[in-house]
Every structure is written in structure tokens, then in C-alpha cells.
Design a binder for this molecule. Structure first.
Ligand code: ASP
Ligand code: MG
Length: 401
């Protein structure tokens, strides 16, 4: 028998009705003759609710307690889904992360999966049972309950599929992966296939459909990941290594990240120690610096600009306040209402004229960007929110996305 891992996200499980309909879809897969493992998220916005609940108790909760709390969301889902499947006359069994043997390591609320004792799941599959596993959680070597970071259920699903050597189907509230977020560009096309590397770039640059870590595991263990709608039976998108068609497009998609801030630290006396101090302190606070640029020195001073995501803004302010005491003349400017627009495609690697085309498109549309960066397979621009739609549409038209 072939095994298959299905994953259902929170919005697909948001009500009793939805859970019942997921149960039918699971059974449908089982009826095809497959061994089925189902990984679930917490119902609807349960995790947000739990986070807020903890804040009502204290703003200083310890992360171990946080994990004990947050893991309960998925525990509700596994029990209810298993009940729904059993009620339809099929045999299901529910497992929390630790019951399923998901071993993790790291700091609480941000654990990583290190291994899965997959034998137990395999045994129950052999007995013909549908195995329902709580996503987003595991157990560390101290025996504590852990969670994998927000959105972590995708990772659980792909990791189980890697262990079983099978395909992973992610069922969600969108019906596949589009070249561009259709909410920004309604003409965007649904992709039939996308390579792991391109999907990793798209996710890490802001496309919210899949968790980046999950795709990285897929890449490492060669797990085909299929992303499709949880409510309709229409063809979705495969994330996998695939045979490129002869005329395959060089540019695959555009990722958009609205969640960024640009920090400019002006009037920094140019000496490498000053710059090193700033970057070092940001690193110590775990701030993820994205695009970074330094102006050429004028009268011995430089400006340093970088972008960060919203979540890191508090830490950035903390570091700036500290550094101000050391480098007094510094001027700080924080810009919000920015977007990062990234053009992604594996083919870019050996077609340098593509990058020129992008700059031409932005210029022809009078779009100013504040910064840009390139990687082997992407080019990213920071621009004003108000220019986002025009820029995206112009780029999408140019590259036929
Ligand atoms: N329930 C968790 C969250 O909301 C994990 C997930 O949905 O993947 O972040
Ligand atoms: Mg998700």
C-alpha cells in the first residue's frame, strides 16, 4: 500500500461542519486504497486566542508554559477529527506530537524536529487505521512539550512524509500556488509545478501559502508536496523537482511582503567599529536584518539603512536606544508603509538581461524603489506601499505571470 500524508490548516477545521467534511475527504483518500496519516492545525484562530489569553494573565509568561498552552489547540483538533472519522464507520486513532514520537530540540516556542520515531505510526497504519497527528508540536529530550513556531504544522506534515517516504498533500484555503498573490494581481496564474528552490525563495520572501521550513525539509528529503483546496476538488500545485518544459518561463513568480520597516541610522561617524557595534548588537537581539546598504561617506559620516520585519521592531528600538548613548550624533529614521516586492525564478541564474528588464519596467512606470538586493534566483525591491500594485502588475505583465 502507498502511504499518504494529508495536512489540514486551521481555517479548514474552523467549525464542526468543516471537521465533518474533512473527515469525509480523509475517508475518500483511504477508500482509494492508501494508508492515510492526517496532520491537523488548531481550529480556526484558536492559537491566536490562546496567545491573547496568556497575555491577559501576564506579559511575562515563561515559554515552557506557553508551549503547554499552545499545544492544546491541535489536541482538540485531533480528538474531534478522529471522532468524526470513527463516527463514519472508519477506524481512526489520534496522537499528540509526543505520542507520535516527534522529537524536538531548541528553545521553547521555536523548536525544530530532530527525529520522528515513525515505527508507531507505521504499526497503526498496518492495522488499517487512519492516523491523526497533532501538527506544530513535539517533545524534547527532557520530556517537555514543545511547539515548532507559528505555522509549524506544515513542517510536521512534511517531516512525517519524509520519514514514511511518501507524498505530502497540504489542504488549505487557497486552491494552489499562484505566480503572484491573486489578491494583489487578479490575473495571476495557478502554477502546475514549482521547484523546491523557487518555492523556498517565494515563501521566505513573503508568499504566505507554505511555511519555508516545511519546503526545506521537502527539498532535503525529496518529498513531493501538493498544495490544494480543502473544500473543492480542483487541481492544485506540486512543489517538487520536475522536468522543465522546453519553453519554461525564466521568471516563476513574484513574492510580496507587506510586513517590513526600513530603518535608517544617519550621521554615523565612519569607522568600522561603529558599524560593527550596530550590526553585532542587532544580531545579539536575534534581529533578522534583511536588505542593508550604506551610503558613501560624506565629511566622514555615513548613513546605514536596513529593513526588518514588524516582529523585530521592538528589539531594533531597544538596540538603537542603547547605541545612541555611545554614538551621540546619530539620527534615526523609521519608515513604515513599505512593501518588498521580489521577482523569483531559477532561470535568472544564467540570464543576466532579466535583471535589466526589471529595472526598465519599474522605471517606465515611474516607480521609485528605496533599496534592492539580488540572490542567485531572486531580485527584491523595497518600495512604497502605494506603488505596490502598479509595480507588481507591470512586472507580472512583462514576465507573463
Ligand atoms: N496552530 C499553529 C498556528 O496557528 C500552527 C499552524 O497552524 O500551523 O500557528
Ligand atoms: Mg499555515
Amino acid at each position: 500500500m502507498t502511504a499518504i500524508v494529508q495536512k489540514y490548516g486551521g481555517s479548514s477545521l474552523a467549525s464542526v461542519e468543516k471537521i465533518k467534511s474533512v473527515a469525509k475527504r480523509v475517508i475518500n483518500e483511504k477508500e482509494k486504497g492508501n494508508d492515510v496519516v492526517v496532520v491537523v492545525s488548531a481550529m480556526g484562530k484558536t492559537t491566536d486566542y490562546l496567545v491573547n489569553l496568556s497575555k491577559e494573565i501576564s506579559h511575562n509568561t515563561n515559554k515552557r508554559d506557553m508551549d503547554v498552552l499552545l499545544s492544546t489547540g491541535e489536541q482538540i483538533s485531533i480528538a474531534l477529527l478522529s471522532m468524526a472519522i470513527n463516527d463514519l464507520g472508519y477506524d481512526a486513532i489520534s496522537f499528540t506530537g509526543f505520542q507520535a514520537g516527534i522529537k524536538t530540540d531548541g528553545v521553547h516556542t521555536k523548536n525544530k524536529i530532530v527525529d520522528i520515531e515513525i515505527e508507531k505510526i507505521k504499526e497503526y497504519l498496518k492495522e488499517g487505521k487512519i492516523v491523526v497527528v497533532a501538527g506544530f508540536q513535539g517533545i524534547n529530550n527532557k520530556g517537555d512539550i514543545t511547539t515548532l513556531g507559528r505555522g509549524g504544522s506544515d513542517t510536521t506534515a512534511v517531516a512525517i512524509a519524509a520519514k514514511l517516504g511518501c507524498e505530502c498533500n497540504i489542504y488549505t484555503d487557497v486552491d494552489g500556488i499562484y505566480s503572484v498573490d491573486p489578491r494583489v494581481y487578479f490575473r495571476a496564474k495557478k502554477l502546475k509545478n514549482i521547484s523546491y528552490q523557487e518555492m523556498i525563495a517565494m515563501s521566505s520572501l513573503g508568499a504566505g501559502v507554505m511555511e519555508t521550513r516545511a519546503v526545506e525539509i521537502g527539498y532535503k528529503y525529496n518529498v513531493p508536496i501538493y498544495v490544494a483546496s480543502s473544500s473543492e476538488y480542483i487541481t492544485g500545485t506540486y512543489i517538487k523537482e520536475y522536468e522543465k518544459e522546453m519553453e519554461e518561463q525564466v521568471i516563476k513568480g513574484i513574492a510580496i511582503d507587506d510586513n517590513i520597516y526600513m530603518i535608517t541610522i544617519g550621521k554615523v561617524l565612519l569607522n568600522s567599529n561603529n558599524i560593527a557595534r550596530i550590526i553585532e548588537r542587532l544580531g545579539e537581539e536575534n534581529v533578522n536584518i534583511d536588505m542593508i546598504s550604506q551610503s558613501s561617506p560624506q565629511n566622514g559620516y555615513v548613513n546605514l539603512s536596513f529593513t526588518v520585519c514588524k516582529d523585530d521592531l521592538n528589539s531594533v528600538c531597544k538596540v538603537i536606544d542603547e547605541i545612541k548613548l555611545e554614538i551621540e550624533e546619530m539620527i534615526i529614521d523609521i519608515k513604515s508603509n513599505l512593501s518588498k516586492v521580489s521577482v523569483v525564478g531559477l532561470g535568472m541564474m544564467n540570464q543576466s538581461d532579466m535583471i535589466g528588464k526589471m529595472f526598465r519596467v519599474l522605471s517606465n512606470n515611474n516607480i521609485e524603489f528605496k533599496q534592492f538586493t539580488t540572490s542567485e534566483i531572486s531580485v527584491s525591491y523595497t518600495l512604497d506601499d502605494k506603488d505596490k500594485e502598479v509595480a507588481v502588475a507591470a512586472l507580472a505583465r512583462e514576465f507573463n505571470l
